[in-house]
Design a protein around this ligand. Structure first.
Ligand SMILES: *[C@@H]1O[C@H](CO)[C@@H](O)[C@H](O)[C@H]1NC(C)=O
Ligand SMILES: *[C@@H]1O[C@H](CO)[C@@H](O)[C@H](O)[C@H]1NC(C)=O
Ligand SMILES: *[C@@H]1O[C@H](CO)[C@@H](O)[C@H](O)[C@H]1NC(C)=O
Ligand SMILES: *[C@@H]1O[C@H](CO)[C@@H](O)[C@H](O)[C@H]1NC(C)=O
Ligand SMILES: *[C@@H]1O[C@H](CO)[C@@H](O)[C@H](O)[C@H]1NC(C)=O
Length: 380
């Protein structure tokens, strides 16, 4: 998801990089294919189409061309927390860097692994963990996201910006949606973030799942979300009020030899949440190995039979980091911020776009995609 640079180092980088922002962006390789591009021009031919390979979890495959998007801005070491939305015959993806805000990419529906940069939607450093919602009534995209307070990134709030879908991408000034207020939203860091927003027809309200507070992972020197909360509103644009005074529970799904430290984020699975029960979601859970104390993050699938107020783990190890026996991959340590999309070429697959980290301390984060059978998400 992120590393949150702290203290003086961040303050300095903040000043340097905001000044250099424009320069950084002109030199981007937004398709994440520095090496792939070099290869194309060197050989004069296109790389063969990449495929999908099975993982150790049945019904889950990794894209062989992962990662599909890497950080490219000056001084950046991460591009994370993708959210995806179909607009016409394109799939749009937003993800954030540390200093350059929330970047906007698009791909043809016929090739949802080949994204190119469209624009920067939120330019402020510390804008991250977005969720994109299409408002058909107004023909706009509303981008809910978490904004850290520069320069130290120790507190955050959820806000939104909005743009017409007319190709110009003129984003409104940010509006506040939710601020940390409860005790369990101010542990470690004072934060609410990772918004996931949808219209809950069962209660005729807009709902927003969010994460709150953080746990510090010493081995990677990063802060990751701790608790899961729920807010609601009569209008998509607010006002948001809390549905529960306590964090939402996620039950079951223990990992072998590892303890769950925190709940990274929760999003409903697109295409699997009709009118009925159960509700189906994915969630990344942050873990620490009981013996080695090495931390990790794994995407699990969940179901809820009480309308989304409490959750039960279905498949604990849906999308995992690569096994310790295969080090030095792009997802060696954590798989975390994600969003889902039904595969446009085969509705029997759900695409999961997520970001991962290639180690612990001083590591890099990039965005990749896996695909999952619905039966592996919700066991029937
Ligand atoms: C991937 O897994 C499926 C289902 O278990 C199997 O039918 C297929 O042969 C496997 N593919 C490869 C390349 O191993
Ligand atoms: C990726 O998409 C871009 C923009 O549509 C296109 O120019 C490029 O040829 C595509 N690359 C591949 C490998 O298909
Ligand atoms: C939202 O809250 C603000 C401040 O409390 C208030 O001024 C405004 O009228 C409220 N809006 C709605 C739609 O309830
Ligand atoms: C868990 O620990 C037991 C006992 O040390 C070991 O046999 C087993 O392989 C471990 N499993 C994993 C997944 O690490
Ligand atoms: C999805 O799977 C079902 C059952 O296996 C099959 O009948 C159907 O043709 C598949 N759909 C697609 C789009 O491949």
């Amino acid at each position: 998801m992120r590393s949150e640079p702290r203290g003086l180092v961040f303050g300095i980088l903040f000043l340097v990089c905001t000044g250099a922002r424009e320069l950084g962006e002109k030199n981007v390789d937004i398709t994440g294919g520095n090496s792939a591009k070099a290869q194309v021009s060197a050989t004069g031919s296109l790389e063969p189409e990449k495929g999908w390979s099975n993982t150790s979890t049945a019904g889950v495959q990794d894209y062989e061309g992962d990662p599909i998007l890497r950080p490219s801005g000056l001084g950046e070491w991460l591009l994370g927390d993708p959210t995806v939305l179909q607009l016409g015959d394109e799939l749009h993806l937003w993800g954030n860097e540390v200093f350059h805000g929330i970047l906007h990419f698009s791909a043809k529906l016929t090739d949802v692994t080949n994204f190119t940069k469209v624009e920067t939607s939120v330019r402020l450093p510390g804008a991250n963990r977005a969720y994109a919602h299409f408002d058909a009534a107004r023909d706009t995209v509303i981008l809910f996201y978490e904004q850290y307070t520069p320069p130290f990134f120790r507190s955050s709030r959820i806000q939104w910006v909005e743009s017409k879908v007319d190709g110009n991408w003129k984003w409104s000034a940010p509006t506040l949606a939710l601020e940390p207020a409860l005790e369990w939203e101010m542990i470690g860091t004072k934060r609410v973030g990772n918004p996931f927003v949808f219209f809950n027809a069962q209660v005729s309200k807009w709902w927003m799942y969010y994460s709150a507070s953080s746990v510090h992972l010493d081995d990677a020197d990063i802060d990751e979300p701790l608790h899961l909360g729920l807010a609601q509103a009569d209008d998509l644009r607010g006002n948001w009020t809390r549905v529960t005074a306590t964090p939402l529970a996620i039950k079951g799904g223990e990992f072998q030899n590892a303890t769950v430290l925190g709940i990274g984020s929760l999003k409903l699975v697109k295409g699997m949440n009709g009118d009925g029960t159960p509700r189906v979601a994915l969630c990344n859970r942050v873990t620490r190995h009981d013996v080695t104390h090495v931390t990790g993050s794994t995407i699990s699938s969940l179901k809820s039979v009480d309308g989304g107020l409490s959750w039960q783990v279905e498949t604990a190890t849906l999308i995992t980091p690569t096994p310790a026996a295969e080090p030095n991959t792009w997802k060696e340590s954590y798989v975390y911020g994600f969003d889902t999309f039904v595969s446009p070429s085969d509705s029997n697959w759900t695409l999961v776009f997520y970001n991962a980290r290639n180690g612990w301390r001083h590591a890099m984060e990039a965005i990749g995609v896996s695909r999952v059978r619905p039966q592996s998400i919700l066991r029937i």
